[in-house]
Design a protein around this ligand. Sequence first.
Ligand SMILES: O=C(O)c1cccc(C(=O)CC[C@H]2O[C@@H](n3cnc4c(=O)[nH]cnc43)[C@H](O)[C@@H]2O)c1
Length: 239
Amino acid sequence: MTNQNNPQEQNPRSAYKRVLIMTAVDAEREAVLRGLGRAASTAGADIAPVVDVRLAGVGPARAAASTASELASGAYDLVVSAGIGGGFEGCAPIGSLVVASEIIAADLGAETPDGFASVDELGFGSAAVAVAGSLATGWTAALQAAGLPACYGPVLTLSTVTGTAATAKLLAERIRGAAAEAMEGFGVAAAAHRLGIPVLEIRAISNRIGPRQRELWKIGEALQALEEACSILPEVLQT
Ligand SMILES: O=C(O)c1cccc(C(=O)CC[C@H]2O[C@@H](n3cnc4c(=O)[nH]cnc43)[C@H](O)[C@@H]2O)c1
């Protein structure tokens, strides 16, 4: 992170001058800030982009509205949806990180007698937003190189946290390779996409997706992983 007074002059070598990170809740925001703070004390921090971390609120609608309002300043050239999330079994264990390869509104569509039909199939736009691909793969590789368990795969956005094995199975079957779910990514991405601003999503896994067992969520572990991931981000943005 750099001083925010004059970003254009302070980071001439970064492709991204000013980055907006949106988190749902304050505990996530604090974890992101701790990670960025660690990055600020490492070599190269003088050319790192300016990063602002703002609250999105919980759920895609709040996230879209909050992100659109932040982006109205015209100051940002990259947006990141960051926070904790649920991990699909066999893909993303608790404490690991998932960098989105695609951000998918998994419940945006219609139930039909033949199963779920997405908005794409219904002819009302797309339920997927593409991410800044090389940045996303670069972040994943940097996380892995730092010894952190990280994978690259579709991250689903849902307005309702999945709470049964049956729904988890349906989602995994419907969205091939689905790695994680959370509640804000598509809202953040929709706001960014509308303005043509590249977007990323990262989720630190606090719980397994399936039967609801809130008492087993490892939020502290996930927030620690989120902090680690964000300590690496400025370096990734400079390469
Ligand atoms: O209680 C706490 O200390 C605390 C700290 C940080 C975050 C929370 C939340 O409950 C945030 C809710 C947030 O988490 C995402 N999330 C996490 N797991 C899932 C999931 O399995 N399915 C969907 N979303 C999940 C989601 O993005 C929420 O906004 C609490």
